[in-house]
Design a protein around this ligand. Structure first.
Ligand code: GTP
Ligand code: MG
Length: 197
């Protein structure tokens, strides 16, 4: 599939104010700074469609982008950002939870994982929680450019083995680098297949 057109639609802190849920939607979530906004720019071939930053905590609302006039990509705030106040962190947590549980047109939640790190408790708990709520999900490893091929394969095997302890069937796993624009075709094919289902 080709993305011919991508436009910003809206930015809201409250899921009830988001665009009407009348089109398929794919959202990006993960720890702050994992590369959610960068991946949206990579996918849409737009340098600045979603705002990115070297500092965690850049995206603070639910951001909708309309693609090819008929489906949405959504950039969400990150979880696990330690440097904001507890109240604000809880606010983001609530916003994300409400979005995930209430957004009826959510075709798939892409959960982004920094491939450089060993499995993090916060990500594993989040993946588990999504599973318990039967949210359709796909795991997307980011920043693959930071590792050698060997390190990459090793980290992905460790992650898969960790997930297998609690998942009888593993969710789909994709590997990406926004910097090197790798994994784009796989991600677009995944979306295309989900749209066709
Ligand atoms: P929040 O909105 O704060 O939750 O962060 P985010 O997950 O949207 O991350 P963002 O896309 O803003 O990227 C965070 C930092 O990681 C930026 O400095 C990006 O340039 C960098 N980054 C993102 N993706 C990649 C990647 O694939 N490779 C490398 N090397 N750096 C990346
Ligand atoms: Mg962001």
């Amino acid at each position: 599939m080709e993305i011919k057109n991508a436009e910003f639609v809206s930015s809201h802190a409250d899921v009830s104010k988001c665009p009407p849920p009348d089109k398929p939607e794919f959202a990006f979530i993960g720890r702050s700074n994992v590369g959610k906004s960068s991946l949206i720019n990579m996918l849409t071939s737009r340098r600045n469609l979603a705002k990115t930053s070297g500092k965690p905590g850049k995206t603070q609302t639910i951001n909708h982008f309309i693609i090819n006039s008929n489906w949405y990509l959504v950039d969400l705030p990150g979880y696990g950002y330690a440097s904001v106040s507890r109240d604000k962190r809880q606010g983001f947590g609530k916003m994300i939870e409400q979005y995930i549980l209430k957004r009826e047109n959510l075709y798939c939640l892409f959960i982004l994982i920094d491939v450089r790190l060993e499995p993090q408790k916060i990500d594993l708990e989040f993946i588990q929680w999504c599973g318990s709520k039967e949210i359709p999900l796909c795991l997307v490893f980011t920043k693959a450019d930071k590792l050698t091929r060997n390190q990459l394969n090793k980290n992905i095997s460790v992650y898969s083995a960790t997930l297998k302890r609690t998942w009888s069937e593993l969710p789909s796993l994709l590997v990406t680098s926004a910097t090197e624009k790798t994994g784009k075709d796989d991600l677009l094919l995944f979306i295309e297949n989900a749209l066709a289902d």
